[in-house]
Design a protein around this ligand. Structure first.
Ligand code: BTN
Length: 266
């Protein structure tokens, strides 16, 4: 367990206290710590932020490079009181929240790659790993852990050689450096607003805004399914459950619930 006091944290950038946050210099994975803190009853909106991670986790068992001071590594605990069906919507909602904040603060155009990779100018700038509690029992007890990794002040050399062509950062795209905690607090505020909207008004408006940023729509792609099968097809976009459809050459429509998608030549 972390050895830092929980609760409020004085943030010099805001000249005020940040509530419900645990800030750690370094950690294995903020998602791992957040799960422990969720299990002992921490509230909706509670967050863990780390300066660096030693074992940052990505989707599909990949790792997430987390060098000190170069990126945002955070996990936000959500207890949205929604049913199981809504949880795939939370994944897309998180991607939209991060996109909107980058667009507003950095004045950059963001594209989303299903389910919620953050792309700028064709390169990956961030990713989101949503993990849930076991979805048994009362909906009130469910929680989601929204793990957000964002390349903020990284230069090309900060990325491993194999990622230097495909990865980017807010600094590389805008030429400006950003205060990581300021970005984080804007993202947390927006995510909590959008999750309330999801609960009160439904998914339609959030989905429409997600679709405006969908970088795969109408594109030919390769889908590596969770069972290791490879499917080539055209993306037909995302439906109202947050599921992506892909039509292969023979016209069969596949529902993509998970797995890896990459753009492919037709
Ligand atoms: C992906 O694109 O594969 C998702 C990457 C998610 C990385 C973040 S960094 C903070 C949080 N803690 C983790 O261990 N992973 C997520």
């Amino acid at each position: 367990m972390p050895s830092v006091k929980l609760g409020t944290f004085f943030c010099p950038f805001f000249k005020k206290k940040m509530k419900d946050i645990l800030i750690l210099e370094t950690v294995d994975s903020t998602n791992r710590v957040a799960r422990e803190l969720a299990a002992v009853g921490n509230p909706h909106g509670y967050a863990v932020v780390a300066g660096s991670q030693k074992a940052g986790r990505g989707r599909l068992g990949k790792s997430w490079q987390s060098p000190s001071g170069k990126g945002l590594y955070s996990t936000i605990l959500l207890r949205p009181g929604l049913g199981i069906k809504e949880y795939s919507r939370i994944t897309l909602t998180a991607g939209l929240a991060v996109s909107q904040v980058i667009e507003e603060i950095c004045q950059l155009k963001v594209a989303l790659k299903w389910p919620n990779d953050i792309y700028i100018s064709g390169c990956k700038c961030g990713g989101i790993l949503v993990e849930t509690s076991s979805l048994h029992g009362e909906a009130d007890e469910y929680f989601a852990l929204v793990g957000i990794g964002l390349n903020v002040n990284a230069d090309k050399e900060s990325f491993p050689l194999d990622l230097q062509k495909s990865a980017t950062s807010l600094f590389l795209e805008s030429g400006k450096e950003y205060e990581i905690l300021v970005l984080f607090e804007a993202i947390r505020t927006r995510l909590l607003q959008l999750v309330s909207q999801l609960a009160l008004e439904g998914f339609t408006d959030i989905l429409n805004q997600w679709r405006e940023r969908d970088m795969l729509l109408g594109k030919w792609l390769q889908w590596l399914t969770p069972t290791g099968e490879v499917v080539f097809g055209e993306s037909l976009g995302v439906d109202s459950s947050g599921i992506l459809s892909v039509r292969d050459r023979s016209g069969i429509i596949h529902e993509v619930l998970s797995g890896d998608l990459t753009l492919a030549p037709k």
